[in-house]
Ligand binder design. Structure first.
Ligand code: ATP
Ligand code: MG
Length: 355
């Protein structure tokens, strides 16, 4: 069970699909390490999936449960870490509304992660009002837990920067913290919120099998945690480098070698592959792909085994979420109370019965 004296971390995933290797290297591996030393909250950001999937809401529900299965498969322990369903934490929605008042509209629209998502997901100018609002919502996800660290991939750094701005501004506007205060001193100086930092994994941006975009659940370029060994081989076989022959000197900074670096752990083997590839020493892309697929399958095999225990048992998954969400609500309601008091919204106390 999480101890309250441990530093607190919050991170999460949107159920726009299920989890992939990018999630593992960018964030989940780090979460598995941190869960024994930190008080951890891992959020299924299901409301945020409605930004692009409103018309297929049953799929959001299905993927929310599948992501929890992925968490368990990857080694997240629901006793150590609370697995939380965003839509059942009302304090997050309330804080989103309040924080939206602290962020200039143009500041939100300038967020580069939003612009990138609009572009690569082909949203054009047809996205809902809720789409940019999700970035504000994410500041509330993090601050509702007064988290100090957020293990995320590189693409989330702009969201984290916005969260840091909201925390500072809230503390300055409502708690009298000086503009010149150091980020680390805000709580000590009477601020409600710590100014959190991004904790980016070893591989902050794993490229997808298209060799082009970030591996992403919604772009059809992902290798999923639940993929079979055959699917893994097939997908890795598709990584495109443009190299013509095994004797052509190759670029060891290409997509293929990002996978070599991320998944092959024998350093001398990695060095040898790079050396031969760079010289065009009769080593084809196909050969490298076979070695990558073996390494990825070795990583995923124990995950597949663990996942089997939870297949088909939605009741057990819902029970895990319910328990984690109850823990989350205790903390988030406390934060909301503190924030409301600070923002002159503290008229009377209220208690929601979270059963
Ligand atoms: P979507 O396509 O819906 O945006 P996604 O695949 O980007 O989905 P998110 O739920 O947005 O997944 O991200 C969850 C976490 O995983 C974030 O911390 C994000 O930075 C990290 N992450 C996602 N994809 C990658 C990747 N390819 N490399 C490293 N980290 C990643
Ligand atoms: Mg994303």
């Amino acid at each position: 069970m999480a101890a309250t004296t441990r530093p607190r971390i919050l991170t999460g995933d949107t159920p726009t699909g299920t989890l992939h290797l990018g999630h593992w290297v960018g964030s989940v591996k780090r979460r598995v390490e941190l869960q024994t030393t930190h008080e951890c909250y891992f959020l299924i950001a299901n409301m945020h999936a409605y930004t692009t999937r409103t018309r297929t809401a049953p799929d959001i529900r299905r993927d929310s449960l599948e992501i929890v299965r992925d968490y368990l498969a990857m080694g997240i322990d629901p006793v150590q870490a609370a697995i939380v369903l965003q839509s059942e934490v009302p304090a997050i929605a309330e804080l989103t509304f309040l924080f939206a008042m602290l962020l200039p509209f143009n500041r939100v629209m300038r967020n580069p992660t939003l612009s990138e998502e609009i572009k690569i997901k082909g949203l054009g100018d047809q996205y809902s009002f809720g789409f940019p609002l999700y970035a504000v919502g994410q500041t509330a996800d993090i601050l509702a837990f007064r988290a100090v660290g957020v293990p995320v991939g590189e693409d989330q750094v702009p969201h984290l920067e916005m969260t840091r701005e909201v925390a500072r501004r809230f503390n300055q506007v409502f708690c009298g913290v000086s503009e010149h205060a150091e980020d680390g001193d805000h709580e000590k100086l009477g601020g409600v919120f710590p100014v959190p930092h991004a904790d980016v994994g070893k591989v902050g941006r794993l490229v997808g099998i298209d060799g082009l975009n970030k591996m992403s659940k919604s772009l059809g370029n992902a290798i999923f945690i639940a993929d079979s060994p055959k699917e893994v081989q097939k997908k890795i076989g598709k990584i495109f480098t443009g190299r013509q022959s095994p004797t052509e000197p190759g670029d060891t900074n290409n997509a293929l070698f990002q996978y070599v670096d991320a998944f092959i752990h024998d350093a001398s083997r990695v060095a040898e592959l790079k050396d031969r590839y760079a010289r065009g020493d009769n080593i084809g892309d196909g050969h490298i792909k076979v070695e990558i697929a073996e390494a990825v399958n070795a990583l995923l095999e124990p995950m597949r085994e663990r996942r089997k225990q939870y297949e088909g048992n939605d009741g057990a998954i819902v029970a895990i979420i319910k328990e984690g969400t109850a823990r989350a609500n205790t903390l988030a309601e406390e934060t909301l109370r503190m924030a409301k008091d600070a923002a002159s919204l503290g008229y009377f106390t209220r208690r929601i019965d979270f059963v």
